[in-house]
Design a protein around this ligand. Structure first.
Ligand SMILES: [Zn+2]
Length: 388
């Protein structure tokens, strides 16, 4: 079964060989979807016939968003904490530990339903690929369970036992690292593609982070790192040295950190929802791009510090606050997001790619930043199936 999507006013392919600029823009375009793949891309006037036909009526079509950083296996809610923070009141009810307690207490079915609900919410906004981390269990069984549940919904599962030191190990962080690199890793590795660590003051230092990432890598998990979010530190350098797919946050970078990223395969993934939701200083995307680093955008969706599943929101903030052009932000939310997951089958609209497509209620992808907060999803296809 093939479908011709025609009348596309502006098509983002992310392939400069197919059209103008880095986004490979094609005007008056058409796309043929055959099964779960893209079978043809080009000017509408030259499009081949197909079994079925969809008229885009002059609107913009782009690859589905690739959200390469989220924390969606959790239970509970932290509205009060956010409200206190935004109201200038102090809040002492434990932050992440609140989510850990609620997650441990939840049933498998509750966690699965919660995850499915957020993935559906993201899909309605055009996100067709989502990476999902553990990290709210912090016991062998609870971390393994989080990854088992996540793996039912996405192949992009990340073992984040080293999110924070588990409360039971508050006086023995070294003992916790031993657990994370030993028994917990054994239980989690079969369900995970990636290994991640929160390398930050108050979480895990450079030596501990190295131990976690190298242990994971020895089990076939590819590293990615929560790096340089709240302060300067060793996270970015460690990510580059260990060949991590991505260094995430990158808010506090030295010139050496920027140069290291620019000279590596490691993507700098920026998560503006976190700075927005904590009233913190945004990362400087312009500085990274000008140095030649690959920059991705992602939501960091989690109940504590960034409770948004909207890639369009992240694009708008990145353009307004982080020095990105609209073209760069859209590329970062699609093609470079795919690169941060080492995926070549998503993030582009090219022959052979997965038919993951977002049709906007707008004539151009620029509207994602130009019309902030406006729901612009007209249709979403995932694996060739119209979902929205
Ligand atoms: Zn995160």
């Amino acid at each position: 079964m093939s479908t011709l999507i025609t009348g596309i006013g502006s098509l983002v392919t992310n392939d400069p060989g197919l059209g103008a600029g880095p986004l490979g823009l094609v005007e008056d375009a058409a796309v043929v979807v055959d099964g779960d793949r893209i079978a043809w891309v080009g000017p509408a006037a030259a499009a081949p016939a197909a079994d079925d036909r969809f008229d885009a009526a002059g609107r913009a079509l782009l690859p589905g968003f690739v959200d390469s950083h989220s924390h969606l296996v959790f239970a509970g809610d932290r509205t009060a904490e956010f409200n206190a923070r935004m109201s200038g009141r102090s809040y002492s009810a434990g932050g992440i530990r609140t989510t850990v307690a609620a997650t441990r207490a939840a049933s498998d079915a509750e966690l699965d339903a919660n995850l499915a609900r957020f993935l559906r919410e993201a899909l309605r906004q055009g996100t067709t690929t989502v990476e999902c981390k553990s990290g709210y269990g912090l016991t062998v069984e609870d971390e393994a369970r989080a990854l088992r549940i996540a793996a039912r919904h996405t192949p992009e599962t990340t073992y984040l036992g080293a999110h924070v030191v588990a409360p039971e190990f508050a006086d023995d962080p070294a003992g916790y690292v031993e657990l994370v690199t030993g028994e917990m890793l054994d239980a989690c590795a079969p369900h995970a593609k990636w290994v991640d660590v929160f390398c930050e003051r108050g979480a895990f230092d450079g030596d501990q982070a190295r131990a976690v990432l190298t242990a994971g890598a020895a089990r076939g998990l590819v590293p990615r790192v929560h790096a340089n979010q709240l302060s300067y530190g060793p996270g970015v350098q460690l990510a580059v040295e260990l060949g991590a797919a991505s260094a995430d946050h990158c808010t506090h970078l030295t010139d050496e950190d920027v140069a290291a990223l620019a000279g590596s395969r490691t993507v700098a993934t920026l998560l503006p929802g976190a700075e927005f939701s904590t009233r913190a200083e945004y990362p400087n995307a312009r500085r990274l791009l000008d140095a030649g680093a690959a920059v991705a955008l992602s939501t960091d969706c989690n109940p504590g510090s960034s409770f948004t599943s909207s890639m369009a929101f992240c694009i708008a903030v990145a353009v307004r606050e982080m020095g990105m052009t609209p073209d760069e932000a859209v590329f970062a939310a699609t093609a470079t997001g795919a690169r941060a997951l080492r995926r070549t089958d998503v993030g582009t609209v090219t022959v052979g790619a997965r038919a993951d497509l977002l049709l906007l209620d707008a004539p151009s992808h620029v509207h994602l930043a130009y019309r902030p907060g406006v729901p612009l999803t007209a249709a979403v296809w995932r694996n060739g199936v119209r979902e929205v």
